[in-house]
Write a protein that binds this ligand. Sequence first.
Ligand code: AMP
Length: 286
Amino acid sequence: MALAVATSIAGAREAMGAARRGGLSSGLVPTMGALHEGHRKLIQVAREECDWLAVSIFVNPTQFGPEEDFDTYPRDLDSDLAMCRQSGVDLVFQPVRAEIYPATHRTFVEVETVTSHLCGRFRPGHFRGVATIVLKLLNILGPDRAYFGEKDAQQTVVVRQLVKDLNLPVVVRQVPTVRESDGLAISSRNRHLGPQERRAAAVLFRVLKEIRTLVLQGGRDAARVRRSGLRLLSRETRVQVEYLELVDPETMQPVSEVRGPVRAAAAIRVGGVRLIDNLLCEAADR
Ligand code: AMP
C-alpha cells in the first residue's frame, strides 16, 4: 500500500476507519519527528505485529517547559516521510497545532505518583503534556497497539498507567533502546552536540553499565551504587548531572535497597543539550 499522509483529524480517522472495516489489526507509533534509527526500530517491530500502521509526527508544545527547546527541536519532514515510506508505514498523521490545541482547549491529563521522580520532577508539566497528547492520539486513531521506546521508560510507565486507569482498549508495547556504537542512545537531540560534547556524552551509558555490573555482582545498597555512578560522571567535566537514580521499574519510585530488578535512570546536560537514558539492572541470583 502507498503511504498516505493526513494533516487533519478527519482525514486520519477516515484512513483508520477504512483499515478497521477491512478487518486489519492496527498500530500507532507516536513520534515528534526528526526520525532516526530508534524510531525505525519501533516502526519495524510495529510493522511485524500489525496489518496496518500509522506513525504520528507532532512536536507537542504542551510537553515542553517555557525554558525548554520547543523552538529549536529538530524538524525534518521530507526525510521523515522517506523513512516511513521505506519502512512500509501506511499512514503518517501530521496534525496541525491549531486542530490539536485550538484556543478553546481546556482538558489535560495528570498521571500521579509515577511522575513524581526522574523527568517528572525536573520537567514540571512534561508528563501532563505527554499524557494529554497520547490520549488524544489514541482517541483520534483508536489503534489496537501503541509503541514506545525503552529510552523513555518513564514515559511508557506513564502511558501504561493512563491506559489502565482510563480503561483504554489498546495494548502498550515497549521496544528496546537503539544505540550508537559507543552506546549513546540515539536521540533527535544528539545532532545538537559538538564533536567534543558528543564524545563526552558517551559517559552516560558507561555509567549505567557500571551500575548494572555493580547490581549484577550483588550491590544492594542503592545509595552506594548511585554514589559510584555519580563519581564516574563527575570525571567528565563537560557533563552536568540532573539526576541519577535507581528506581522500581513498575512504580518509578527510588529504591533504597536493591531487592529485585531496578532501573538505573539518568539525565545529564552536555553543552546546552539535555540527554536521558536508563538501563534495567538485575542481580545474577534473582
Ligand atoms: P520522540 O520522537 O523522541 O518523542 O520519540 C518517539 C518514540 O521513539 C518514543 O516512544 C521514544 O521512546 C522512542 N525512541 C526515541 N529514541 C529511541 C531509541 N534510541 N531507541 C528506541 N526508541 C526510541
